[in-house]
Each structure stands twice: as structure tokens, then as C-alpha cells.
Design a protein around this ligand. Structure first.
Ligand code: CTP
Ligand code: MG
Ligand code: K
Length: 180
């Protein structure tokens, strides 16, 4: 069932989707790199802060806990096959999403791109790679069982579309400096 497949893939990724948006709202304060540079360029830049990273991770984990509580109701309503989130999986997805985004900023600075510059592809999938990698590390059996190949295919296609629309929305609402 296509509905069940798409619902399962997006549900499984929700704890990885919200951290970046929460970080946009919570960001500010001390940058993680403390202003340090490498080869004359910022290590990460002012867009990666301790507060944004911590709040983003906590919001992602809290969402996973909320989804666990809602699970029976939503499964009954949709008739879809949806995963629940053990704590290790929740932390893997949420913290991994933040680390993937931070890793991308490190790469962008090495490529000489200023904070906020768009790097199509990297911007939309960095947090997916980070989330799946850390989930696989912290909760390997759960990750393999949850992210079947069809679900992974849905994630890779749907995530950039969701990312572009939510960021454009955040930009229009004045919450984000750039629409990507
Ligand atoms: N943010 C944060 N901490 C993070 C990630 C994001 O504080 N770990 C906040 C910052 O205020 C950042 C905003 O969310 O400016 C938007 O995030 P993002 O687009 O990822 O950062 P950019 O400012 O575009 O910087 P970069 O070019 O390094 O991606
Ligand atoms: Mg950006
Ligand atoms: K980013």
C-alpha cells in the first residue's frame, strides 16, 4: 500500500525532520566553533550554535516520545504500519540530523561558501545521512528493520521536497534569513 509506505517513511523520519527547524527558531548565542578558523575560513560558522544544536536535539527526542504515545491511535486511524522509537533510535535520529547539518557546514566552509550559501543536494540531504548513520550506530537492529529499501527511496525523494517547502515557509514568515 502506497499510503502505508509513505506514512511509515515520513513517520520514521519525523524525529530527524524537526531538529533543524527547531534550531532555526532557537539558534543564537555562542557558535560551536567559538570563532575558530581553518586555513583562514571559519571551522563551521556562526550558523551552528550550541543552543540551536541542543534545543534541536531535545525537540527531536521529545517528538519521538510523543509519537510513541500517539502510535496506537494513529495506527488505528490510518491502518498503516508505523514504527515506534526506542530512546537510542530517537537520539540517533535527532542528534544525527544535527550532526549531519554541522558536517555539511564544515564542508561548505572548506569549499569557501559563506554562512547561508545554498549548496543544492547537500542542504536537503545532509541531515538525512547524519540521522540514518547515527541511528544505525546507536540502534542498528531497529534501523535496519525500520528503513526498508522502499521506505529509504521515499525518504530520499520526499525529504528534499519537504525541506524546500518548510524552509520557504519559514523564510516567508520571517523566521529564516534565506529561503533554503
Ligand atoms: N542553527 C543553529 N544551530 C544549528 C543549526 C542551525 O543555531 N546547529 C540556526 C542558526 O541560527 C542558523 C539557522 O538555524 O543560521 C539556519 O540553519 P542553517 O540553514 O542550517 O544554517 P546557515 O545559517 O544557513 O549556515 P550554513 O551555511 O553553515 O548552513
Ligand atoms: Mg542555511
Ligand atoms: K543546513
Amino acid at each position: 500500500m502506497i499510503v502505508s509506505l509513505v506514512a511509515g517513511a515520513l513517520w520514521a523520519m519525523l524525529p530527524a525532520y524537526v531538529p533543524n527547524n527547531a534550531a532555526v527558531l532557537a539558534g543564537g548565542g555562542r557558535p560551536i566553533d567559538g570563532g575558530r578558523t581553518l586555513g583562514g575560513r571559519r571551522l563551521l560558522g556562526d550558523g551552528k550554535t550550541w543552543r540551536g544544536t541542543a534545543v534541536g536535539t531535545l525537540v527531536g527526542v521529545a517528538l519521538a516520545v510523543a509519537l510513541n504515545a500517539l502510535h496506537p491511535t494513529v495506527v488505528a486511524a490510518l491502518g498503516a504500519d508505523l514504527p515506534t522509537f526506542p530512546l537510542r533510535a530517537a537520539v540517533g535520529l535527532a542528534l544525527g540530523a544535527m550532526l549531519g547539518d554541522i558536517g555539511a557546514s564544515f564542508l561548505k566552509r572548506r569549499l569557501g561558501r559563506q554562512r547561508g550559501a545554498a549548496v543544492p543536494g547537500l542542504d536537503q540531504l545532509d541531515f538525512v545521512v547524519g540521522a540514518l548513520a547515527l541511528a544505525a550506530l546507536l540502534a542498528p537492529a531497529w534501523t535496519v528493520a525500520t528503513f526498508s529499501l522502499p521506505r529509504l527511496a521515499v525518504v530520499v525523494v520526499a525529504t528534499p521536497l519537504l525541506h524546500l517547502t518548510t524552509n520557504a515557509g519559514a523564510y516567508l514568515l520571517g523566521l529564516k534569513a534565506e529561503p533554503w
